[in-house]
Design a protein around this ligand. Sequence first.
Ligand code: FRU
Length: 483
Amino acid sequence: INKLEKYRPALHFSPKKNWMNDPNGLVFFKDEYHLFYQYNPHGSTWGPMHWGHAVSKDLIVWDELEIALHPDENGTIFSGSIVVDWNNTTGFFNDEPGLVAIFTHHLEQVHGKLAGQKQSLAYSIDKGRSWIKYDGNPVLAHPSKPDFRDPKVFWHKETQKWIMALATGQSISFYSSPNLKEWKFESEFGENCGCHEGVWECPDLFELSIDNSNNKKWVLIVSIGDNLQYDKGSRTQYFVGSFDGKEFTPEHEDIKWLDYGKDNYAGVSFSDIPEADGRRIYLGWMSNWRYANQVPTEGWRSQMTLPRELELREKKGEYYLVQNLVRELDTYFDRKEERTETVISDKESTIFEVDYEYTEIILSLKNINANKYGLTIEHTDSQNTTITIDVKENVLSLSREKSGVVDFSDNFPKLQRVCLKDSHSLDLRIIVDSASLELFINGGEQALTSLIFPDKVSKRVCLFAEDGEVNLVYGKVSVPSKN
Ligand code: FRU
């Protein structure tokens, strides 16, 4: 394979060339999903940010288009969102509704002048193919906040206003507007709440129904930037609570993690999914600031997670997010092999042969009396990724120490762990692509997203048990549907 194609994912979006980070401006409009993203067209490390652009009919196969937003005299183009202005509140759309991007203009410190982050607008009347920057930019600045970025905007029906959630240091600030041009400060959230081990970035706020009932709660997603004092690098937390158009009030004190893996950051959800569809679809940047600039791809860097549907569940008065891959993915797989009621013991492991471009593994495990059990995904004879469940500790850990190239970062080979609620029965769904593994535990109650850089995707999957037995109630491996 040529260098550009080594580690190139088959199912995940990655830019053809050069550097990418956060997903931006996720929106559905006129039968297309749009994915914009932080993009440096001048190289494969982070640099002067533009908005790259790709479109998709089904959220899985993306068509990369021209760069959408270029830097200008107000600065480079940091993260932000896009909405459809259905009612022409901006006055940009005389003929028919179009797209408005609300993004951060970022100015590096120049000649001792304070660096600045300000919110600006651009709009498109041709389905996102070309963009006109608003001549009144910027529309929102703050003289004394150096971190003032990543606007996520939505239409709040109850108050008939646009609401902006904005990352403002170690907090999220909410602003409101009738027209996207004039913004009024409403409140600031975050003090004494959640994890503060890094700067807060890339918020998202939306309402979800609980267990598909009429009862609803608001979810606030907040990414936390890398901080070398801690081991985990950049990661994403969320809050569940209420929002009245002015203030967000959480209903819990604990810290809730969106993903227990290292490689899901800055994710946000799509705007303007039609009501008849009704899903809240989310995707994240599948990397970690700790080593994102060093991962061993050549000529391009980074990929997005697969798109996931977010749902809210209630258990014993507690609310938590559940995430599952969008159903559009199903047609990319064909069933390869199924097993039912198979005993996995310390004497003999159970093996699935899977030598394909990408693969899916589904396991339902019960009656566990082993001390440890799990699976090894063998990429080649010497490279593997291992998932081990320690029954006594109730912990699932993923080891990528031997998964292929790991020496570009001290942090990369370290274990990734999830505390399980119950390790005596376990449902797992795993998608393995050329350079990643996405793990969904118990129907998406917990997720673990992890990059890997093996020479080959997979050869075999081996299930094992230590000091006892495990019943594989159901196991299935699936392979690319074109095979
Ligand atoms: C998050 C982030 C954002 C910022 C962008 C710059 O990964 O740091 O806060 O807008 O990346 O590329």
